[in-house]
Design a protein around this ligand. Structure first.
Ligand code: GCU
Length: 436
């Protein structure tokens, strides 16, 4: 009954707008950040100390992971039984002969109504053996990442219309090649239309493969009562079960399931990367799935790398109001009492340990709380210390364009909320240090 549904959606939007107007003003004043105490990553819930790497691996990590599942992102199912992969395209003359282009159709279940997800892969040629790879979850469709006319256009659509005023981001021919940064976002500064001047060709020239998937191929991005995407293959989520971020992260694990079967890719060296809401997703994917060798968070902000207790820029209350489908329902209990949340986001970073993780902020992205993103990296450091590894190697947030960090990389870039050539240059250098 399309008209009834439309009316319900319109009513939902009206209610949303009303509740948003009742939200407290956003704080961008550092002097008004409330006093807070972060949960200690090295203290078990019963108060006993975490003294060694094995205490971490055997006891504290499972405890923290479970707290995030229960209170923030929601528990997700495992690998589904009916999962299938089919290589639909395999061309070793891609990009003027420089690369192999492969497309893999992922079906999540045997049921007829299973969503179809398309993993796009480019592999550099003339390498000695399997190559490390970046797995990037993209915003607007695989065909946006490069003008290559052979990239298929997805039939899915995330339908999110709340992002930066974009009203129709349906994948279509006219936006082929629009996102030179792969990950998406609204601006891609630093890349040009010159051949080779985009993130894909830089990744390939440095000896990495790229695998990318459109997040709409996994689950849509609007509050649909979890009736679409992969959610429709499962019972309706309980208050402690997967919201959309956990679902997109689950989809990334299914991509890794495929990559493990691809003989040209070294699946033990896959860095998972995303921007903004998909940066939150990349961090959660690495937390849930220890097969990922590295995680990269670009401007992920609230519910990603930024500390929630600072309530600077976007807050938990605001994110749960604007995007009620992103987290599990339990998370809304903390809207007005953030200090009772048993975890904070520095602990999301600790769930990557001892694997390398990179956090990137932008000066013009106050909504994502750049300082709170840095502090998460800083306060995750003690867990890396248990493994004899160094974290951000700085006590203060560095100045713009001064990247820091050993096993926890961090930079603040001048500019807005986006993935730029500068950001990718840092990720490639960081990957060279850790994946090669
Ligand atoms: C909104 C949202 C952020 C999110 C961003 C994005 O600004 O409030 O939490 O990171 O969208 O995904 O672009």
């Amino acid at each position: 009954m399309p008209t009834l549904r439309n009316a319900a959606t319109a009513l939902g939007l009206a209610l949303l707008t009303m509740s948003e107007t009742q939200l407290p003003a956003v704080n961008y004043d550092e002097t008004k950040v409330p006093q807070y105490t972060l949960p200690d990553p090295l203290k078990m819930q019963d108060g006993s100390p975490v003294k060694s790497a094995s205490d971490w691996v055997e006891k504290r990590r499972p405890e923290v992971l479970n707290l995030f599942r229960e209170h923030v992102y929601g528990h997700a199912p495992g690998r589904p039984e009916g999962l299938k992969f089919k290589v639909t395209q395999n061309d070793d003359t891609a990009l003027g002969g420089k690369a192999i282009r492969r497309e893999v159709l992922i079906t999540f279940a045997r049921k007829e109504e299973t969503p179809e997800a398309h993993l796009l892969i480019y592999i550099p040629k003339n390498t000695d053996g399997p190559v490390p790879a970046f797995l990037v979850i993209n915003f607007d469709g695989n065909h946006l990442i490069h003008p290559d006319p052979a990239i298929s256009i997805s039939k899915s659509w995330v339908r999110n219309t709340r992002r930066h005023g974009i009203t129709d981001n349906r994948p279509k021919e006219s936006n082929r090649g629009n996102t030179k940064s792969i990950a998406g976002g609204n601006v891609e500064k630093g890349f040009s239309d010159k051949p080779g001047d985009n993130a894909l060709e830089q990744i390939l020239s440095r000896g990495y493969a790229l695998a990318t998937i459109y997040y709409g191929d996994i689950d849509p991005d609007y509050d649909d009562g979890f009736e679409n995407g992969v959610h429709r293959l499962y019972p309706k989520p309980k208050p402690n079960e997967w919201g959309s971020i956990a679902t997109w992260a689950w989809g990334l694990s299914r991509c890794l399931d495929y990559l493990e079967t691809d003989r040209e890719i070294n699946a033990k060296k896959v860095a998972v990367m995303g921007h903004s809401r998909l940066g939150k997703t990349a961090l959660w994917a690495a937390a849930e799935d220890e097969r990922f060798a590295m995680a990269i968070s670009n401007n992920s902000g609230c519910g990603g790398a930024a500390l929630s207790r600072r309530e600077f820029g976007e807050t938990v209350k605001r994110i749960n109001t604007s995007f009620p489908h992103w987290f599990c329902d339990n998370f809304t209990q903390y809207n007005d009492r953030i200090n009772d949340l048993p975890v904070d986001q520095h602990q999301l970073i600790t769930l990557a340990a001892p694997r390398p993780v990179y956090i990137a902020s932008a000066t013009g992205d106050e909504w994502a709380d750049p300082k709170g993103e840095f502090l998460s990296g800083l306060h995750a450091g003690p867990v890396y210390g248990l493994f004899g590894l160094k974290g951000v190697e700085a006590t203060e947030q560095p100045k713009p364009e001064e990247p820091v960090g050993a096993h926890i990389g961090y930079h603040l870039r001048t500019g807005e909320h986006a993935v730029t050539a500068y950001d990718w240059a840092q990720y490639l250098d960081f990957a060279d240090r850790h994946l090669k």
